[in-house]
Design a protein around this ligand. Sequence first.
Ligand code: PHE
Length: 341
Amino acid sequence: MIEKIQTLLASVPTLEANDAKSLEALRIQYMGKKGLLNDLMAEFRSVPAEQKREIGQQLNILKTAVQERLQQLREQIAANGENEAAEAIDLTRTAYPLPLGTRHPLSIVKNEIVDIFSRLGFALADGPEVDDDWHVFSAMNFAEDHPARDMQDTFFVEQHPDIVLRTHTSSVQSRVMENTQPPIRVICPGRVYRNEAISARAHCFFHQVEGLYIDRDVSFTDLKQVLLTFAREMFGEDTRIRLRPSYFPFTEPSAEMDISCNICGGKGCMFCKHTGWVEILGCGMVDPAVLDACGIDSKVYRGYAFGMGVERITNLKYRVKDLRLFSENDVRFLDEFQSAY
Ligand code: PHE
């Protein structure tokens, strides 16, 4: 029996397997239930007691040698597999083109608005989208029963005391005025919310840019000049503006501003409903009651404010017909906007 074991042991280093399948066959041949090693174990049982020790040791050596050889072969096969995978990488192939994103059209237009006003000396200001009744309505001189506070327009987060999703960026005005003494010259872009059914022409959220200027001798003429400059920078040198009397609780007098239709140049078209004019913003002189509510002496200071919808300006610049496109994130739509901003 010793001889048999020795011959087997001598042949172990010559065992070969090139793939997982032949390796498994080899394992079964040696280590399987009916394999060579088990045969030897059966034979071992009838070995005379005085030889058991020696033969037992030889059997163990053989078993370890076979296991080690199988493990060696297993590692060789795995390494070959990796080499093959590595060879499959074609380093000469040109790289995949990286898809470049574009800025959202609303961001492009907002950045452009902010850029124009910062060149006119306005600093950027910011405020929370979830705000209290005081900053959104009360400080802005909304009467207790003003319809804008109604459930139909305002999303209430909490009631008594009221916490709301701001319905306009004018809430940033009250915050800035509370925290800073004039001169104040800020521009406040931000998202606002109104409880409206979503359609092509209305959405439950949209974006505004608010402007506020407070100093000693601010007049309506200053407001008009700044807005004319803005309109020309935004829509072209030939743009004309007109101001129509209007009403906002926080400004007195108040106005709405139209620009000459940038699509037909003022001749009249479908877009401007054949009037030659399109409305773009609300504005006015800050009501003294607002200044006083926010801790600014209305006998010393005066100011103007204006607010515009970013979607509206974007529609005019890019003729987007359906407001919903702005929030659907369809890349085919978004890819059309390439810009330096
Ligand atoms: N807050 C007004 C609105 O949401 C816009 C506005 C701002 C009007 C500032 C006048 C002055 O419609």
